[in-house]
Design a protein around this ligand. Structure first.
Ligand code: C5P
Length: 241
């Protein structure tokens, strides 16, 4: 169960720390990694990291998706490290030098995860941003290209959608692959476009799953976590892990 817990990342997308802490208390038997995003961080500041750790979270994932010049990224990584963060996201589009500085600042302590492409961007957005040609028509190729940079500089892992995970895991087996947009079969997709079930995502090569609303909106979040464990187990068994 300990190992399975580490595979589930629960986003603490709540407006107050009080609410976030209640969810940590409730889910800590099932979830190993709690994710603090912009919503909570901007509202409550870095004390949220401390409080969530104190509440018993195994690991804290600070999802700030840093995108700035190398020196600024480096200083932000050092601060995150001093607050005891375990995982931190940096946009790969911030460039190779920013990623290298992030890794240098992390000194092998906290794990740096490269964000490939926001799943909210569609083809029209990418065209508007200046992406064209083949990269525009096959977003997997763009995600591959970005992952290649993350791999080359030594990032610990990347974040990508379920659509690309198989290609990425096959090409970069040692990178930690984090996949959001996880849905259980009978659910709606909400605003997620490229979704997969826990079973499908793990089978395709995901190492960690970001699961928010399927747990949060479930009539029984604990039962949903058990179901996710069952799916992860089934996929791992079929893969002979
Ligand atoms: O499972 P659910 O859709 O509720 O998860 C939402 C969470 O997933 C948010 O914290 C959001 O930041 C994160 N997410 C992400 N990358 C994406 C899409 C969503 O990290 N491409």
């Amino acid at each position: 169960m300990e190992n399975l817990k580490e595979k589930i990342i629960f986003p603490l997308d709540f407006p107050t720390l009080k609410e976030a802490l209640n969810w940590v208390e409730r889910l800590k038997p099932y979830v190993g990694v709690f994710k603090i995003g912009l919503e909570l961080f901007v509202k409550e500041g870095p004390r949220a990291i401390e409080e969530i750790k104190k509440k018993g979270a195994n690991s804290v994932f600070l999802d700030l998706k840093l995108f700035d010049i190398p020196n600024t990224v480096s200083q932000a990584v050092k601060s995150a490290q001093s607050w005891g963060v375990d995982y931190l996201t940096v946009h790969i589009l911030a460039g190779e030098r920013a990623l290298k500085e992030a890794l240098k600042a992390a000194e092998g302590g906290l794990k740096i995860l490269g964000v490939t492409l926001l799943t909210s961007l569609d083809k029209a957005d990418l065209l508007e941003l200046g992406f064209n040609g083949e990269l525009l028509y096959k977003t997997e190729d763009l995600v591959y290209k970005l992952t290649l940079i993350a791999h080359r500089v030594g990032c610990d892992g990347i974040v990508c959608s379920a659509k690309e995970v198989s290609l990425i895991k096959t090409s970069f087996p040692h990178l930690l692959i984090v996949v959001p947009g996880i849905r259980l079969e009978e659910e709606t997709k909400d605003d997620q476009v490229r979704t997969a079930t826990p079973y499908e995502a793990i089978k395709a090569g995901a190492d960690r799953l970001v699961v928010g609303r399927p747990i949060r909106l479930s009539p029984s979040p604990e039962a949903t976590c058990e179901r996710i464990f069952e799916e992860i187990n089934r996929a791992l068994k079929e893969k002979n892990v």
